[in-house]
Design a protein around this ligand. Structure first.
Ligand SMILES: C[S@@+](CC[C@H](N)C(=O)[O-])C[C@H]1O[C@@H](n2cnc3c(N)ncnc32)[C@H](O)[C@@H]1O
Length: 310
């Protein structure tokens, strides 16, 4: 099917394109990141910015970078985009699905490896930094060593920003420590016995932190901190699924919005788009009711676009 360039440049065309293309993506947050970066690519392309190359750190099976490069194949130089991941299996899948693109198997926290790749106009970190955070443990307890883990996140961010060409954009999408006091005690009620049993599995098997709770008036109602509630509710969609075996080892949350903003400022980035969102509201409502008045399910994802000075 052929479209003329005027149609391709219109916002309506892209709204329709992504609506159809992203239908299969259950994870709405990720779709949000893809749309935002697509807008950015089009804005830069319309300005005549060249070259226009993407680097995705922690690209997994290439869903983000592959989809974006395919969609914007008419942009000269976009084929020089690169995805990096340390999972050999993921990189094999990338190469199978997107045979025309370049993928590197390696650790994106290794600055010398990244330096060999050159510079890029857009660097993507989508659902990747929380894995860096979750990989730094206290040997005795197996829990995340928060101060060291945050330093690793900051170093990984520094490495990502180094790969940005002057005037380039960092696009970051990841979990967010929600607003409000993390220690505030919230009261929740499970919708049924199955939800309660799933919570029990969460408290026993979740590794990054030891969740604490207290039963109130029998087993269907518990009190726990906002911090633990956020971790439970964001992981609840994986309980009972194969993915739980890896998800139970990772905390999505590491920075709150203020910490993201501070990190960006320290790295000399200018934020021009910050959006916080709730990814699975309806699913969570099916699991529990929040009894603490005035408290709703958390905004636990963040999308940030930030520019490096020219
Ligand atoms: C949750 S997946 C996200 C994949 C992709 N960005 C997406 O959103 O579809 C995170 C990916 O980051 C990769 N990863 C985590 N830490 C990494 C590191 N230090 N170096 C390279 N890859 C890493 C993992 O192997 C995994 O494939």
């Amino acid at each position: 099917m052929g479209y003329n360039s005027q149609v391709i440049e219109s916002g309506e065309f892209w709204d329709f394109y992504w609506e159809v293309r992203l239908q299969a993506l259950e994870d709405l947050g990720k779709a949000e990141a893809i749309r935002a970066v697509s807008d950015l690519i089009r804005t830069r392309a319309q300005r005549g910015d060249q070259p226009l190359r993407l680097l995705e750190l922690g690209c997994g099976e290439g869903q983000i970078i592959g989809t974006l490069v395919e969609a914007h194949a008419q942009v000269r130089s976009i084929n020089a985009s690169i995805g990096v991941d340390y999972s050999a299996r993921a990189i094999e899948a990338c190469r199978r699905t997107y045979p025309g693109m370049k993928f590197i198997c390696g650790d994106f926290t290794d600055r010398s490896l990244l330096a060999e790749l050159g510079q890029f106009e857009i660097v993507l970190l989508v659902n990747a930094l929380h894995e860096v955070f979750s990989s730094v443990h206290i040997p005795e307890s197996g829990e995340v060593d928060v101060p060291s883990a945050k330093r690793q996140v900051e170093k990984a961010l520094e490495g990502a920003v180094e790969r940005l060409a002057p005037g380039g954009t960092l696009a970051l999408f990841d979990g967010l420590e929600p607003a409000g006091d993390p220690q505030e005690v919230l009261r929740i009620r499970f919708r049924d016995g199955q939800a309660r049993r799933r919570f029990e599995i969460f408290t026993q098997e979740y590794r990054p932190f030891r969740p604490r709770f207290r039963e109130v008036d029998g087993p269907t109602c518990v009190e726990l901190s906002r911090r633990d509630f956020t971790r439970y509710i964001t992981k609840s969609i994986f309980l009972g699924k194969q993915l739980w075996q890896t998800e139970r080892l990772e905390s999505y949350q590491y920075y709150n919005e203020g910490e993201f903003r501070e990190a960006a400022a320290r790295l000399g980035l200018t934020l021009f788009h910050v959006r916080t969102l709730t990814a699975n509201y309806e699913k969570w409502r099916g699991e529990v009711e929040i009894e603490t008045s005035g408290v709703d399910f958390p905004e636990e994802h963040i999308l940030i676009l930030a520019n490096k000075g020219s």
